[in-house]
Design a protein around this ligand. Structure first.
Ligand code: ZN
Length: 95
């Protein structure tokens, strides 16, 4: 289930700039398969739903101020294929 808070993060202006920063940092390289010629997805190492609970984030302003969400180190780049596989894995192995 993707919440509204998730949507506001993904489509916010800050996120667009942040995405560019992460792509540049990792040279547009997928961290799993190493491809560089695919559309890349920015992946949170800590799932957003966990960050939300951990920092009690309830609205977009709080998200914007949460430093953890805007650190390049806390993100990886994944091509769409690897991202899909990872999400399927998550679903099959809930922690
Ligand atoms: Zn990949």
């Amino acid at each position: 289930m993707r919440s509204n808070i998730y949507r506001s993060l993904k489509y916010g202006f800050k996120y667009k700039n942040f995405r560019k920063k992460v792509i540049k940092h990792y040279n547009n390289r997928c961290s799993v398969c190493g491809k560089t010629d695919e559309f890349m997805t920015v992946h949170h190492k800590i799932p957003l739903r966990d960050t939300k609970i951990l920092y009690s984030l309830n609205n977009y302003n709080q998200i914007k101020k949460c430093k953890l969400l805007w650190k390049v180190d806390w993100h990886t780049l994944l091509c769409q294929n690897c991202h899909r596989l990872l999400e399927e894995n998550d679903k099959n192995n809930p922690i």
